[in-house]
Design a binder for this molecule. Structure first.
Ligand SMILES: [Fe+2]
Length: 404
């Protein structure tokens, strides 16, 4: 992950992966999932009733089963969509659909299901992956035939990153290289882009395209000046020291409401120690690294910082322009980045087989661009649209700013 130019990553993108690459990547993704799952087991969280009920996590045991169930659904059961009646054959687990269908099992219910034990679920995972790889070895080599495998890989990689968030949320130890990840300190500066018309979104016929990227369309971007790097801890600490969290004029109405519920006076995971800040990361307390990007920031905090600094967040189109420009100084890929753009469909949107991937979240969520240090390289793409509720700050997320 040292070279973050999009062109390099595209060579290994899951979107165009060959059967051989898919087989390797599916195994790699599973190894990672299981390695992180072991961290939860080591902490004694081997059953949902031992895990705190939080809106932002799933019980790890449920999530592990859900990952395998999803692979079974789209590959082995040959479901044409996520509709509950779409599977062509039953699950290997009699109650698989009752337990692991994220569309029909409400979030809070995932803590009270009578799930198999960890050992039995790992056996299920193993059995599903074996059968997926066997089926893949006999699959036709074209985009349509490989679509379910690529989708399943992307899904497991997304949950793999969510497992990493969950370790941080629960303040648990993480394996290397997550635990001691250090973000490089890039030279700070600004880049002025002349603006013009860009193609936002993905064109048809480009391997896997997520529904929210459909379709590429001309978008005009006026001249803008954007930070070359993310806002650092040192910069954000100035905002904190200047009473940023206490001065209502910097906060939106929604941001103030959120702030009152949180009773927060610094970013999540910052802890004051005399004159300095410490930060909690994966179960350990460390001195806040001044020059690293500020991490675990809600949209509200990013917006308040911008108000205080006399700056603004980039729009999705501006971010896209900067990232695809190939400008050597524009660094991305260390943390997800909040944009100023609400998550909305592009013109021509229609949902794909995984019908609930985007559509339920339009309007309420905000677009994030980039990738984080916990994002697999095969998932990284400058046109990838991530999306979260504005209040979320548990992901590996930061932000950069533009001049007004
Ligand atoms: Fe899922």
């Amino acid at each position: 992950m040292t070279d973050n130019t999009a062109t390099n990553w595209l060579d290994h993108s899951f979107r165009h992966a060959s059967p051989e690459q898919l087989a390797n990547c599916l195994q790699d993704a599973r190894n990672y999932t299981l390695a992180l799952f072991e961290c939860f087991l080591a902490a004694g969280l081997d059953a949902p009733d031992k895990v705190p009920v939080l809106e932002i996590i799933n019980p790890p045991l449920w999530e592990l089963g859900h990952i395998a169930w999803f692979a079974e659904w789209f590959v082995l059961r040959e479901a044409q969509s996520s509709h509950p009646a779409a599977a062509q054959r039953p699950s290997l687990l009699t109650k698989g659909d009752d337990w692991f269908d994220s569309n029909t099992v409400p979030h809070d219910a995932r803590w009270t299901l009578d799930l198999p034990r960890a050992g039995a679920l790992k056996t299920y995972c193993h059995e599903v992956l074996d059968r997926v790889l066997d089926k893949l070895s006999r699959e036709a080599i074209d985009d349509q035939s490989l679509y379910p495998y690529r989708l399943v890989l992307a899904h497991e990689d997304m949950h793999g990153e969510a497992f990493a968030y969950t370790l941080q949320t629960l303040n648990l130890a993480a394996p290397e290289p997550l635990a001691n990840h250090r973000t490089p300190s890039w030279a700070q500066g600004e880049i002025r882009f002349p603006g013009g018309t860009l193609q936002l979104g993905s064109p048809p016929g480009d391997g896997v395209v997520f529904d929210n990227e459909k379709w590429a369309h001309a978008t005009y971007v006026p001249t803008f000046t954007i930070d070359s790097t993310l806002v650092s801890n040192a910069q954000f600490a100035e905002f904190v020291a200047d009473g940023g969290y206490q001065r209502a004029q910097f906060w939106s109405v929604a941001g103030r409401t959120w702030l009152m519920q949180q009773e927060r006076s610094a970013p999540r995971y910052w802890q004051r120690d005399g004159q300095r800040w410490n930060v909690a990361r994966f179960g350990r307390l460390a001195v806040l690294p001044q020059h690293e990007p500020v991490r675990h920031i809600s949209l509200f905090e990013a917006q308040a910082y911008c108000m205080w600094a006399g700056r603004r967040l980039p729009t999705e189109a501006e971010w896209d322009w900067a990232a695809t420009s190939g400008h050597a100084a524009f660094r991305w890929g260390d943390l997800w980045e909040w944009t100023a753009s609400p998550f909305e469909p592009y013109p021509g949107f229609s949902a794909d087989a995984y019908r609930e991937y985007s559509a339920p979240w339009f309007g309420s969520h905000q677009v994030l661009r980039g990738a984080s240090f916990a994002t697999q390289s095969r998932m990284r793409a400058s046109h990838y649209r991530n999306f979260y509720l504005p209040r979320r700050d548990d992901m590996f997320v930061g932000f950069r700013t533009c001049t007004l």
